[in-house]
Each structure stands twice: as C-alpha cells, then as structure tokens.
Design a protein around this ligand. Structure first.
Ligand code: 2HG
Ligand code: ZN
Length: 473
C-alpha cells in the first residue's frame, strides 16, 4: 500500500529525492524530545520550491499528512512524525540566495543552518543576531516555525523581529511571498507574522529574508555566583541599569554539576546555589570600569558571592560553555522539559511559588533550572531516574506541569516561551491562551489547511478527524 502510494509521488515528481529505509524513517521521524517512536511514511527531500509545491499538491489529493522538517533540534515534538506522515525535509534547500546591501537583507532557503546564515551575515560585515546553542544543527525554517528566542533576546528580541519576508507554500500548493522585505507595510493582516511561530501548521516556509544588523561593540562576559533566588532578580536590576547587557542567563548548582561532569571546567572552588552568565558591552574603559564597580558593590552587598570577568575570548567561551552545554549534558536522562515565561515584574513572585511547588511535587527527581532569566524565561528540566519507565515518568511530570500551568495562568505567563507547543505542551495551551483565542487559532488553521494535512496533531487539535494517512486509507 505504502509502496504504491509513493509510486504515485515518484511518478509525479521523478527527480524528487525520497528516502524509505528504516534508518532514515527513524532519523527523520524524531526530534530532540525522544519521546515518540518515529513512524513516518517516507522522507521527501525537495530541492526547489516547485518540488515542495508538487509534494503538497500530491499530499493534499491523497490526504497524506505532512511534517515539515528542519534540523529537528526542537524540544516540543513539533517535528515528530510518528503516524505515517510524509516528512518534508528542507535539508537540500540550504543555500544563501543573495544579499541586498541597501536593505541589509540576507535571502536564504529555509533549510540553511542558523550558524551558516550567521556566517553569511558576517561576510557582509553585519550580523544575524538570533543565537542559541543548537545553532550548528537547527535550520532557519525551524527557528521561524517556533519563533525561536535564545541567548540574546534581551537585546535583539525573538526571531520574529528579524524576518523581513518569507516564502510560504500553502497546503493547496500556492506560493505566498509574505512582506517581501518591506520595513513599512500597513496593508492589512501581517500573514508573515502569523506564520512565524505557527509550527508548520499553516504551510511550509521555503525561503526567508533575514534582516541583518551592525555587529555589536566589543563585549565581555562575567560569571557570578549568587547566594539565593532573590538575589538573582536584584542583580539583574542592577546590571541592567548600569551596563549595556546583551545576555543575562542563569543556571543552578545542579545544572553546573551536570556540565562539569560532562567535561566543562569548574569555575569556583566553592559551590553556590545559583550562577549568572552576563555579557555586556566592554568597548571603552568607562564601560569596563562600570562592570568592575557594579561587581564590587554587589559583592559588598552580599548579592553576589563570587565572580569572574573573562580575560580572554577563550575564557569567555569557557564561561559560555557552562550555560550552553546544559542541554547536552543532561540529554542522557531524557529530561521532561518546561520552557515557561512570565513578565520580568512577575518573576520574583513566580519563582518563589514555582520553587515551592516543585520542591513539594518532585521530591524524588533531580530538577535542573536554567534559562534566559533576563527575558523572564525559565527552563526547568526534570531528569528521569534510570530505573523509571518513561511512560510513568512523563505521566508524573505531566501532572506537575498542570500545576505549573495553573501558576503560570495566575501570573499571566506562557507555557512555552521559545520552544513551541508541538505535542509536549498541547495539553496546557489553555493556561496561556483563552478559549476564544484557541477557537480563533483553530479557525485560522482551518482556513489555511481545510484538509488538515499540515503537521496534524501539533500545536492544537482541530477537532476534526485528521486525514492522516493510515487512519483514512
Ligand atoms: C537553551 O536555552 C535551550 O539552552 C534549551 O532553549 C533548553 O534544554 C532546554 O530545556
Ligand atoms: Zn532557551
């Protein structure tokens, strides 16, 4: 059955690269969540927009569900294909298409890795400022699908600030050129922004125009050891007022222990409960002095217990590794990940309540906290004990996440700050979006994709019986 179905696709697009080997289905059918067993129908690897159109038209006729696929570094299951879907991998569409110096726009195919786009920007003396640890493997298309944030949101904002335009292949196979690089465009609904963060439910992003910006002034990095959660937000307030921060990231002692066990250098002899990695402009004597003075005063006031300011690029990179290496260092424990946000002002109260909640509900688990605290974004990774079945572990974490979602709702926060809803957060969407909002989102999705073939079961359930291949055939 599958073979004859795919023969139809092959007949329609003879040049299209298709993979069906078991190892490929396994490889392309999963993301970093490792929770679902991959079971796609096949992997299509188009080389052109026209091929993507052909695939979508065929899938739409045959009612085959599509999972758009980038680097699959996602943490919410948005790129999982566990239900007979056709994975449409953009990995062959990974080129820079051009640079426009007047508009400072880099045009790329969606399958390009973030790091490659960043490198291309630097060739023109500019930067693409969205950045995070998975830069080498995630794709620009994936960052658009989730409106990815990362480590410099505090200065530059999320992905959506940097997308000057995008090319979308809709579920009917039409090509939409959204916004076309315009800085000003007050002509009705901004469909570009609707597509950013839509997790592949409104179509397949095949190309993007990225706004670039000036390289920042020379920066420096400091690592601070903090005595308490309360100190964290106070230190943030002081540093934000007195330095030009480009990052303010935190991690707990447990997070540090995992990164160090994974090979990173232990930064201080003593252990401390919390650490901050802060990056700040240090291109003048005055700015460097301001950092030293602020550090001295915080130390004196007992808000900071210890600290180090990098003396070289290598040392700055080593300090960043302590923060950026966390995800990899805990990966072997198949963590249950929360990625939550509240307004900065609500953070102290939310932190206190969440800390109490998790201490009470998770006495048996290793809970690793870290994240982009300067953006109000916390990552909470709950590590699975080796002896526990994954299903039992996920059920228990799901129960506690429901309580966390209630706390978020009370604080006006979000169940997903930057990883997306995917499959993992779907049960908790209503803690962040009202019933009226969810109903509108559902209707919008239906308008874009009446047959329900675009990444079904992700983000929100449409209520219809999704014509996923295998269910209707
Ligand atoms: C980060 O900030 C990423 O390092 C991953 O968003 C977070 O692994 C996580 O939970
Ligand atoms: Zn993050």
């Amino acid at each position: 059955m599958n073979a004859s179905l795919l023969d139809g696709l092959r007949g329609r697009l003879p040049e299209l690269a298709l993979k069906t080997a078991a190892a490929d289905l396994e490889y392309y059918g999963r993301d970093w969540t490792r929770r679902w067993t991959p079971a796609p129908l096949a992997i299509a690897l188009p080389s052109s927009v026209e091929e993507v159109q052909g695939i979508v038209r065929w899938a739409s006729e045959q009612r085959v569900a599509i999972v758009p696929s980038g680097g699959r570094t996602g943490l919410s299951g948005g790129a999982v294909a566990a239900n007979g879907e056709l994975v449409v991998s953009l990995e062959k569409m990974n080129r820079v298409l051009g640079f426009d110096a007047d508009d400072r726009i880099l045009a790329v195919q969606a399958g390009i890795a973030l790091e490659a786009a960043q490198a291309a920007a630097r060739e023109h003396g500019l930067i693409y400022p969205v950045d995070f640890a998975a830069r080498g493997s995630c794709s620009i298309g994936g960052t658009i699908a989730t409106n990815a944030g990362g480590i410099r949101v505090i200065r530059y904002g999320n992905t959506r600030n940097w997308i000057a335009g995008l090319t979308l292949v809709t579920a009917s196979g039409e090509v939409l050129e959204l916004n076309r690089g315009l800085v000003k465009n007050s002509s009705g609904y901004d469909l570009r922004q609707l597509v950013i963060g839509a997790e592949g439910t409104l179509g397949i992003v095949v190309q993007a125009q990225l706004w670039l910006t000036d390289a920042p002034p020379e920066s420096n990095t400091m690592l601070l050891a903090l005595p308490s959660f309360e100190a964290l937000m106070r230190v943030f307030g002081v540093l934000r007022a007195r330095l030009q921060l480009s990052a303010f990231e935190f991690l707990t002692d447990k997070a540090l222990a995992h990164v160090v066990a994974h090979g990173a250098q232990k930064p201080f002899d003593e252990d401390h409960p919390f650490y901050v990695v802060a990056e700040f402009d240090a291109d003048t004597e005055e700015k460097r002095d301001a950092a030293l003075t602020a550090f001295g005063e915080l130390l004196e006031a007992g808000q900071v217990a210890d600290g180090v300011i990098a003396q070289s690029d290598a040392q700055a990179a080593a300090l960043w590794r302590l923060r950026e290496g966390i995800t990899e260092s805990v990966a072997r424990y198949v963590p249950y990940k929360n990625d939550v946000s509240v307004r900065i002002g609500a953070m102290p109260d939310f932190l206190a309540q969440t800390q109490a909640l998790l201490a009470q509900e998770y006495p048996q688990f290793d809970v690793v906290w870290f994240g982009h605290i300067g953006d109000g974004n916390l990552h909470i990774n709950v590590l699975k004990p080796d002896a526990m079945e994954n299903a039992d572990f996920v059920r228990e974490c799901g129960r506690v996440t429901a309580l966390l979602a209630e706390a978020l709702q009370r604080h006006g926060g979000s169940i997903s700050a930057e990883h997306g809803i995917g499959l993992v957060k779907k049960p908790y969407l209503s803690s962040t979006r009202s019933a009226a909002e969810v109903a509108l989102m559902r209707s919008i999705r239906h308008v874009f994709d009446p047959a329900g073939i675009m990444n079904p079961h992700k983000l929100l359930d449409t209520g219809s019986t999704h014509p996923v291949y295998g269910e209707t055939a």
